[in-house]
Design a protein around this ligand. Structure first.
Ligand code: ATP
Ligand code: MG
Length: 442
């Protein structure tokens, strides 16, 4: 295994065996490079501190109670966790153990981990794999099996169900039957996990290459019903066969799979309003409008950044615009200008939506949005006051003052958007002068 030189130096400076464990070993066996190096040894955090005192390695606290330290040297950063056994509060799936006991027994440490493929150790000095639970075989077969009974593992920490889903997406592995069964029985434990942790796992799941299979697993186990009940409500919501090969839920999953990375969350939520629309109106016409409100609630609940909340809401609200691809060009230009901040993502979402039907490989609607956007860019159409070829001072010199300045700039932008005015200083000044004289903005 190819290791960074800092890690080899660290192992040499270590007074006990030092192991690489977790994703780095798993991914090395898969032939995938990694930058995240999780380490483990029998040394307690204090012993690690003493051992590295006076060396070029710096030791930082990470989770002292869990025995985790961050070891740095220049740009290198490693996480070291003392071998330990964990116990969890009875009857809750809360992620954090309340009883942690350090141990020098690697056979005990491996059993507190989630999946066998994540419990493979690599002895750095000896250059050999230590694999107490046969995880290497699981990596080669591409399966996710828990380290102990799956019931026990998921009972302790509900987040492990989301980790199962995430690894299906990112690694392309499949869950073994026992893990799937236990996840189905215990998916309710996910309700005990913090929104931030669920969100981080969801993001990783969406970003993986096998998000469709992973989201299907989340749906089949009921994990989806706990974290995104509004979306789970779309299960078995049938759609017209002319437009769709899937029901509304599987269409959302397929759209995620087809979507560019930066619109995957919007892809997941774009049709979230369908079940509600049917319940309220008996048809799906207003699903984008209802869905936008629900998407805001969901992204807020999962504590996404404000910018993501706002952007997702707009993408969901606008994803059906000009569904018949016959809007007049001026209307399209106004639409593009109004949504200029997200138009690139909206086009990507519309394409994914189309591919996500399972029937169409192209999207005339996305093509039209793109063509109009390209044309407007070529014309130099301003979308913001900063892009206008004149500024507030130019208008002041013409005699404008106060709120008239902003209003006039807005009116000039609107004329450029409609293609009635060129974004050229002389042209704009002449138009502004006409407006000032007439006292009107058009
Ligand atoms: P990656 O770094 O690729 O996201 P990873 O498997 O290394 O995946 P980490 O979160 O870095 O995941 O955790 C390192 C190791 O710690 C895991 O491989 C696993 O052995 C153990 N681990 C992490 N989180 C849990 C958990 N919630 N329950 C049990 N073991 C865990
Ligand atoms: Mg890791």
């Amino acid at each position: 295994m190819e290791l960074p030189s800092g890690l080899i130096c660290l192992a040499e400076a270590f007074p006990s065996k030092l192991y690489l464990v977790g994703g780095a070993v798993r991914d090395a066996i898969r032939g995938v490079e990694t930058t995240d190096f999780d380490l483990a040894s029998a040394l307690s955090p204090d012993e690690v501190r003493r051992a590295l005192d006076g060396t070029r390695f710096k030791v930082h606290d990470s989770s002292p109670k869990l025995g985790t330290l961050i070891l740095t040297c220049g740009d290198s950063r490693f996480e070291h966790t003392t071998f330990r056994t964990d116990s969890y509060p009875e009857g809750s799936g809360k992620h954090r153990p309340d009883g942690v006991v350090f141990t020098d027994d690697i056979n005990a440490d491996c059993r507190r981990r989630d999946f066998r493929c994540n419990a493979i150790y690599y002895d750095i000095n000896e250059k050999k794999i230590v694999d107490p639970l046969g995880g290497e075989e699981d990596v080669r077969r591409g399966i996710l099996r828990t380290t102990r009974s799956a019931r026990e593992v998921f009972c302790e920490d509900g987040l492990r169900i989301m980790r199962l889903v995430r690894f299906v997406s990112v690694l392309g592995f499949s869950s073994d039957g026992e893990a799937k069964e236990a996840a189905t029985e215990l998916s309710g434990r996910l309700a005990d996990v913090s929104a931030e942790r669920v969100r981080d796992e969801l993001d990783k799941t969406l970003a993986g290459d096998n998000s469709f299979d992973a989201l299907q697993l989340a749906s089949e186990t009921g994990a989806l019903d706990v974290i995104l009940p509004e979306l789970a409500a779309n299960r078995n919501v049938e759609q017209p066969a002319r437009f769709h090969a899937y029901d509304a839920l599987r269409h959302a999953f397929r759209t995620v799979q087809e979507a560019r990375n930066d619109v995957k969350l919007a892809a997941l939520l774009h049709d979230v309003g369908k079940a509600e629309a049917i319940a309220r109106d008996g048809n799906m016409h207003r699903h984008a409008e209802y869905g936008a409100v629900t998407a805001r609630e969901i992204t807020k609940r999962l504590k996404y950044p404000n910018a993501t909340i706002a952007e997702t809401e707009i993408l969901v609200r606008e994803h059906m615009y000009d569904i018949n691809a016959n809007a007049h060009e001026t209307k399209l230009r106004r639409f593009v200008a109004r949504n200029h901040a997200v138009i690139d993502k909206l086009i990507a979402l519309v394409r994914a939506d189309s591919a996500g039907t399972g029937l169409f490989s192209d999207s005339p609607r996305a093509d039209r949005f793109q063509a109009v956007l390209d044309k407007m860019k070529k014309e130099g159409v301003p979308f913001t006051p900063a892009e206008l070829a004149i500024n507030g001072n130019d208008l002041k010199k013409l005699g404008f003052s106060g709120k008239d300045i902003g209003e006039t700039m807005g009116a000039l932008i609107a004329l450029c958007v409609d293609g009635r005015l060129k974004n050229d200083k002389c042209v704009l000044l002449a138009q502004a002068e006409r407006m000032r004289r007439s006292g009107r903005t058009l």
